[in-house]
Ligand binder design. Structure first.
Ligand code: SDX
Length: 438
């Protein structure tokens, strides 16, 4: 996709007038294939001596991308043009990985080759197990993930040349394949069970469940319902445009750091409760609320500016409508709990909380809807994952999104190091004051 307007058509522009100097400036307007147009301000500082000011990037397009499109008002999420609903219901995670990485759904031979490549990269170097011993068993799993995934850079010297397309591809395959293995190792280490080696006869989701829940002492039977739900949860978390962790990976990659280190920086950013850590925070919030009778009290608290309490799993920078992933997650939640015969009071409580929030003036006015994290924790808990592993599962899925964005960024012809400026409001220059005079 190129944004350069065809020569025959006049360039669309906007005019900026500096009322202080009376000067006017023209800036090009660029069209994407769909979604908001952008004002190309790359020459703004050179021409006006001014910066834009947009903390939190609420109105900033940081890059051009063809991976994922979100329409927050309509609740639309497309990966390379395919809707998340169609992908979640008709595709599987390995296909979605191929779609994000290579730009289209694989044909039969491509799927077979890609699956084979990923499968044969699932083992990690045998020495990686020694990193775990340095961590306390009760470390937060995300702390271990940041450390061990970052350590991959120390092993794969044959895929660190980011200018070599083959090495970029192998690094991408290694990350997609090894992050789940490391995630399962993180869990096993925390409960004192032996690590389980991956199995090449299993699908991506089946293999992850096997490495996480199997033990060497007895055969492990894969529950197809859980495997399907796990695969769908991975699809729903695979990518999401320029979210905080993906932007972190892109910025880290812009300095030409290696992809393993960049993905480790994405894991660190995802950990925050305002981002990927929200799924863990939702379960903690539901347990804190405890009973339906207390929903009004907590809805009230979430609206009180003096109260730090937030409805975790609610609200989104982009979605001002239902997060399409939350709807699919809720349906999957029902499916899994019914299949497992589990009646989780937390699900009833979550439904009650959602109903109350969606009927509340404050939430309606601020367009706060459940996001992808609101229901995921309930399913993951039903599947046997501990709460503090939820964000690790998010990282397992998002690795393909991170590395696909990294790949797209590194191949940008105009790629340069990201280096934002600031509005400086600190002290202007002043003379040093000696100690005796302070
Ligand atoms: C993810 O970016 C992505 O795409 C992320 C993600 C992905 O797939 O990568 O979708 C995954 O991170 C989902 C979001 C998970 N986080 C949470 O569920 C945490 C709770 N949500 C909020 O912290 C918040 O909604 C954010 C962080 C998600 C969005 O923050 P914004 O866009 O900066 O919006 P905001 O915090 O400024 O909120 C706007 C208003 C504020 O009121 P005012 O200051 O304008 O009066 O809405 C209020 C907020 O106080 N508000 C909430 C609320 N979320 C926002 N009030 C109560 N409960 C909430 N959950």
């Amino acid at each position: 996709m190129t944004n350069v307007a065809p020569q025959s058509k006049p360039q669309k522009t906007v005019t900026l007038t500096d009322n202080e100097t009376g000067k006017t400036y023209q800036f090009p307007v660029l069209d994407g294939s769909v979604g908001p147009r952008v004002i190309d301000i790359r020459k703004l500082y050179a021409e006006t001596g001014m910066f834009t000011f947009d903390p939190g990037f609420t109105s900033t397009a940081a890059c051009e991308s063809g991976l994922t499109y979100i329409d927050g008002d309509k609740g639309v999420l497309l990966h390379r043009g395919y809707s998340i609903k169609e992908l979640a219901l008709k595709s599987d995670f390995i296909e979605v990985c191929h779609l994000l990485l290579y730009g289209d759904l694989p044909d039969a031979q491509q799927r077979k080759d890609f699956q084979n490549n990923i499968t044969h990269h699932t083992m990690v170097h045998e020495q990686m197990q020694f990193f775990f011993r340095g961590f306390r068993r009760d470390s937060h799993p995300m702390a271990v993930m940041v450390g061990v995934v970052g350590a991959l850079s120390a092993f794969y010297h044959d895929s660190l040349d980011i200018d070599d397309p083959k090495q970029r591809e192998i690094a991408a395959h290694r990350l997609i394949a090894k992050v789940p293995t490391i995630a399962a190792m993180v869990y096993k280490y925390s409960i004192g069970q032996p690590f389980m080696y991956p199995r090449n006869d299993l699908s991506f989701a089946e293999n992850f469940l096997y490495m996480t829940f199997a033990v060497p002492c007895e055969p492990y039977k894969i529950n197809p319902i859980l495997a399907r739900a796990m695969d769908r949860i991975f699809i729903l978390h695979a990518d999401h445009e320029q979210n905080a962790s993906t932007s972190t990976v892109r910025l880290a990659g812009s300095s030409r750091a290696n992809p393993f280190a960049c993905v480790a920086s994405g894991i660190a950013s995802l950990w925050g409760p305002a981002h990927g850590g929200a799924n863990e925070a939702v379960l903690q919030m539901l347990n804190q609320i405890g009973d339906k009778s207390r929903v009004p009290e907590f809805i009230k608290r979430s609206k009180d500016k003096n109260d730090s309490f937030r409805l975790m799993g609610f609200g989104h920078r982009v979605y001002k409508n239902y997060d399409p992933r939350a709807e699919i997650m809720r349906d999957t939640c029902y499916e899994v709990l019914n299949e497992l015969g589990i009646k989780d009071p937390l699900l009833e409580l979550a439904m009650e909380l959602e109903k109350a929030a969606l009927a509340d003036e404050y939430f309606i006015e601020k367009k706060l809807y459940p996001n992808v994290d609101f229901y995921s924790g309930i399913i993951l808990k039903a599947m046997g994952f501990p709460t503090n592993l939820f964000t690790v599962l998010f990282a397992v899925a998002r690795t393909v999104g991170w590395i696909s964005h990294w790949n797209e960024m590194i191949q940008e012809p105009t790629q340069k190091i990201g280096r934002p400026r600031q509005l400086y409001t600190g002290p202007v220059e002043r003379p040093y004051v000696s100690l005796e005079k302070r």
